[in-house]
Design a protein around this ligand. Structure first.
Ligand code: 1CP
Length: 350
């Protein structure tokens, strides 16, 4: 069945999807990674007494939490409220999201047998995702919904380390020292990520973002050899659906061209990379980014001056989606993001 949103001409013609397709836009579209979540008092209130994973599996909560930042800021896209480890939980991996820590996996993956014990994902595993996306697309009207998944390397890091890691040492040790286990793991997670994104697109998501948040931990050569082929596999499968694909990671300045070549339509640029350089490395693709997320803690004028520079440089790209250079920091004052959204819309209007 074709996705509802991609057949809706108003969604198809939205500033966000036009920018992703490198078409002229009425204004620079804006959304914020992690726009839903702990920075919003209405989110904290709604989440009281419900765990993170329970919230992701309850369509009433997913729909409401996803809509909250769209109502508050008037951003140009919604991002599906979930987490990158949700599809693993859905197929039966024993994991939890611990407040203040992040994903914690009960039995970290070490051997080929551990990998083989992880089932492949079918749409039946995530029927609540299909239900949530369908309802959301109905409620969002002309605002596009971005689906997302974690990229193979970033998800592998949680599975192998058992939780958040700064150096990804066990993950890289497997990559360097146990290539057959590494390949099996990447094949498994790539399949899960692609199937999970297909479910979201089939239910009506009109773009996707592949989060390779921790790919910046890899050298260029190791990224090219051990990770790029798998991310390419995921992005190519989603390319067949026709929706724009955003590919993002943190600290990825040295591999940004490769992340584009993996099959992205839009290359996410973190705040460390000058946007001009990001545009050049994106090789003719659209770019997304890249205001430093800590600028919201500066005086409003300082934040807006820097946002103006991002918008102006963004105009030289074939397509530009304004965003922060990584997710919204939980202590962010939502009023700053409201001012930022209005400012980008005003200053870029043509
Ligand atoms: O609006 C939104 O974008 C919110 C939806 C969302 C997204 C896109 C959540 C909810 N998680 C994610 C993706 C995600 N999860 C990423 C990729 C994006 C990024 O780089 O920020 C990553 C790396 C994770 C893993 C994760 N989940 C962490 C990071 C841990 C680490 O390694 O440092 C954490 C803290 C979580 C928990 C989580 N996910 C989402 C929320 C709102 C929370 C906090 C839940 C809580 O504490 O109750």
């Amino acid at each position: 069945m074709p996705a509802a949103s991609t057949t809706d001409p108003a969604v198809h013609d939205s500033a966000f999807l036009r920018a992703a397709r490198r078409e002229p836009v009425p204004h620079t579209p804006v959304w914020f990674m992690r726009q839903a979540g702990r920075s919003l008092p209405e989110y904290r209130k709604l989440r009281e007494g419900t765990t993170m994973l329970e919230s992701c599996m309850e369509p009433d909560l997913v729909v409401e939490i996803t809509l909250q930042p769209v109502r508050r800021y008037g951003v140009d896209a919604a991002i599906f409220f979930s987490d990158i480890v949700l599809p693993l939980k859905a197929v039966g991996v024993d994991l939890d999201i611990t407040p203040g820590v992040g994903p914690v996996v009960a039995h970290p993956v070490e051997t080929l047998a551990d990998v083989e014990a992880i089932p492949d994902l079918t749409p039946e595993h995530v029927d609540f995702v299909t239900a949530s996306v369908r309802r959301l697309v109905g409620e969002l009207g002309t605002t596009p919904l971005i689906g997302f998944a974690g990229a193979p390397f970033t998800v592998a890091s949680y599975l192998v380390e058992g939780g958040p890691s700064k150096d990804h040492a066990r993950t890289k040790a497997m990559m360097f020292g146990a290539p057959e286990v590494w390949e099996a793991l990447m094949r498994k997670i790539s399949g899960i990520a692609a199937a999970y994104l297909e479910v979201q697109v089939d239910a009506g998501a009109s773009a996707v973002q592949l989060f390779d948040s921790w790919a910046g931990a890899l050298s260029r050569a190791d990224y090219a050899r051990h990770v790029l082929p798998w991310s390419t596999q995921v992005l190519e499968r989603i390319g067949a659906t026709g929706v724009p694909r955003i590919h993002f990671g943190v600290g990825t300045g040295e591999i940004l061209d490769l992340m584009g070549e993996a099959g992205a339509d839009v290359v996410g640029v973190d705040w460390r990379v000058p946007l001009e350089a990001g545009i050049a490395r994106a090789g003719g693709r659209a770019v997304q980014g890249n205001l430093d997320p800590t600028l919201v803690f500066a005086p409003t004028e300082v934040m807006l001056d820097r946002a103006r520079e991002v918008v102006e440089v963004g105009r030289t790209a074939p397509g530009h989606v304004f965003n922060l250079g990584h997710g919204v920091i939980p202590a962010t004052d939502p009023d700053q993001l409201a001012r930022l959204t209005d400012f980008v819309h005003e200053v870029s209007a043509r």
